[in-house]
Design a protein. Structure first.
Length: 627
């Protein structure tokens, strides 16, 4: 088997060197369902922008091909009964494109599915609700319109302020609050008629939970302390919201480098009176359409291209696989990453002041929204050059200090912002608020941070911050031995990150938490020797087997077991053989989404993952067991 592993490592590294771009990056597709495809069609048709007809047709065709036999669209292949929000988005966009008609059989099946699921009034996705309201097909939902725009004026010292929300929430919430405040909608003469999708004419009346009203009461208590007439305060809030958006536009015209928030921003600017041809809107549209990605004859829109993430992880994986530090591919990737390090304070510094900037973001155009995971990934990639080149050494030190500064007071690590975990914000009646509204410590982020700090930073549990991190992980282990992972699917991902992090930090393989985690992984191994987990785990919050093995999840499980076991077991060797076999196939499991963006709403098939994680697992197997 050793020769097979070496051969597979050679095959993967050779393919990666051939696919590297001239600037040193790797540009794999960040495939995220049909939601953004649909929003882009709706946006382009609403603005009546010319010159993108080929893109509209390509997106239409990609959405249509993803329809299920019963008429629905799904967020992931094994989602039960289809997804109502995704189906409404797809139906709306296909008709608006002009390339599908209500009399077409696919549209008739889609309409029947939507009606049987309760129609527009039963849509749960807040983004879908916002798009429908902004384009005149429903009222603004009370879960948004009830939140006063004046929230943006409350200082951080108040029980709730706008910056208590996570950065992701803020850049989506601000445009929606503007539109809801202005009762904005825009409906063109050629917009499709969605009236038939309203099963009940009162179906948009939301029943808001008691906790939601309690949160609003807290906000109102703060507003009562603002000085000024209600009209003056309101106008100040509107100006504040507009400035908040304008100050976070990236050089490519997008808001925070997300297509979803940029689309909402464009509608919000229209609500504020900006002309549809305004340069800010034109530039934003250009930024969104540049996010297209084509593969297998299909075109889709990426919500935030993963160029920095992919480049950092691939450069690191190739070094682990034995590619020399001074190889042209490694030096080129490192130079690209060096150019993407962020060196200016941004929103993250509000909760973490007086720290020298030094993080990395996810997307190439992201210059103001760094995160812990991307930063440790980039630092792994440049570690060798940081020992010999002063410019990389400075970059390394900046990044290391930034990661250390981002540790939460509870000992874990967040994604984007420190100590942003006010639970009352999860009471908002917004689907996904428990994951989107706050940015708490997570097992995958904490494990990944510890793995970097232990294996590459030279720290261990003798350092208090490492001890705090390991304590947090051990205290958040599930009863069955697993850990929940926020940004991957899901319990396999979290358990892999936790076990590799704990081991790197100096926790013995004999520790109860390590043994329980490894035992759990072995207990869920598929009969074919691999591992697979359904995206349903993310919504149900317990492990749901996929019944087929995916390359990335198999690699995560193996990498975790390699970290724990001093010698390979029969189950591990069976998993290695299965992993190699999976990499030679191109079936449904190979494209199953194993990345999580917003639990229950947004999942990602990273086209890079069939290279990154298998290459790491195979390389770590060889390094540990063959020296």
């Amino acid at each position: 088997m050793s020769s097979e592993i070496h051969e597979e490592i050679r095959r993967l590294t050779t393919a990666l060197i051939q696919q590297q771009q001239q600037d040193g990056s790797w540009r794999f597709c960040f495939e995220n369902g049909t939601t953004i495809d649909a929003y882009v069609i709706i946006l382009l048709r609403t603005l009546n922008i010319q010159g993108n007809e080929n893109l509209v047709r390509q997106l239409h065709d990609r959405i249509l091909i993803e329809q299920q036999p019963e008429g629905s669209w799904k967020l992931f292949p094994d989602e039960e009964e289809g997804n109502l929000s995704a189906s409404v988005e797809a139906y709306y966009a296909l008709l608006y494109s002009g390339y599908s008609r209500t009399t077409d059989e696919p549209m008739r099946r889609a309409k029947r599915f939507i009606q049987t699921k309760g129609g527009l009034g039963k849509v749960t996705s807040i983004l879908t609700k916002a798009i429908l309201a902004a384009t005149g097909h429903s009222k603004w939902p009370a879960s948004i319109s009830s939140i006063p725009l004046e929230l943006l004026l409350l200082p951080a010292s108040f029980p709730i302020s706008f910056f208590d929300f996570s950065g992701y929430s803020r850049v989506h919430l601000a445009p929606m609050l503007i539109m809801a405040d202005r009762h904005f909608s825009i409906k063109t003469s050629h917009a499709p008629d969605l009236n038939d999708l309203h099963v009940d004419r009162n179906d948009t009346d939301e029943q808001l939970p008691r906790e939601f009203h309690e949160t609003l009461d807290r906000i109102q208590t703060g507003l009562n302390r603002l000085i000024g007439t209600p009209r003056y305060i309101h106008e100040a809030a509107l100006t504040k919201a507009e400035q908040f958006i304008l100050q976070r536009i990236e050089s490519d015209g997008t808001l925070y480098s997300y297509a979803s928030s940029t689309i909402l921003m464009i509608f919000a600017l229209l609500a504020l009176g900006y002309d549809g041809q305004h340069p800010l809107i034109a530039h934003a549209v250009q930024g969104i359409t540049a996010m297209r990605c084509s593969f297998d004859g299909k075109t889709t829109m990426q919500n935030s291209p993963s160029t920095v993430w992919d480049t950092a992880l691939l450069a690191y994986a190739m070094q682990e696989a034995g590619i020399a530090d001074d190889h042209a591919a490694i030096r080129s990737a490192a130079a690209y990453l060096l150019s993407r390090q962020q060196r200016k304070p941004a929103d993250w510094s509000l909760h973490n002041p007086n720290i020298t900037p030094g993080g990395w973001g996810f997307s190439e155009t992201n210059t103001i929204n760094p995160d812990v995971d991307d930063t440790t990934a980039a630092l792994r990639a440049i570690r060798s050059l940081s020992r010999t080149d002063p410019s990389y050494r400075d970059s390394w030190n900046r990044g290391l200090n930034w990661v250390l500064s981002m540790q939460n007071d509870d000992g874990g690590w967040p994604a984007f912002e420190k100590n942003t975990n006010k639970q009352m914000l999860t009471w908002l009646a917004i689907d996904g608020a428990k994951s989107a509204a706050i940015d708490p410590s997570e097992a995958d982020l904490t494990g990944r941070a510890l793995e970097y700090l232990g294996n590459f930073g030279g720290f261990d549990i003798r350092h208090k911050f490492i001890k705090n991190g390991t304590d947090w992980l051990i205290n958040h282990q599930e009863k069955d031995g697993s850990w929940y992972g926020r940004w991957g699917i899901c319990y396999i991902y979290g358990t892999w990150a936790a076990l590799t992090g704990l081991k790197a930090a100096g926790i013995s393989s004999d520790h109860e938490a390590m043994q329980k985690g490894a035992k759990w992984l072995l207990s869920i191994q598929n009969s074919d020797g691999g591992w697979g987990e359904s995206c349903r785990s993310d919504r149900l919050l317990y492990f749901v087997p996929l019944e087929e093995s995916t390359p990335s999840q198999t690699a995560w499980a193996l990498d975790a077991l390699i970290a724990v076991h001093s010698r390979p077991t029969a189950a591990m060797n069976n998993g290695i053989r299965t992993l190699i076999g999976l990499l030679r196939e191109n079936n449904r499991a190979a494209s199953y989404p194993t990345g999580a963006g917003l639990p229950g709403n947004f999942y990602i098939h990273y086209h890079s993952y069939r290279y990154i994680w298998p290459l790491l697992a195979l390389s770590h197997y060889i390094r540990k067991y063959e020296g």
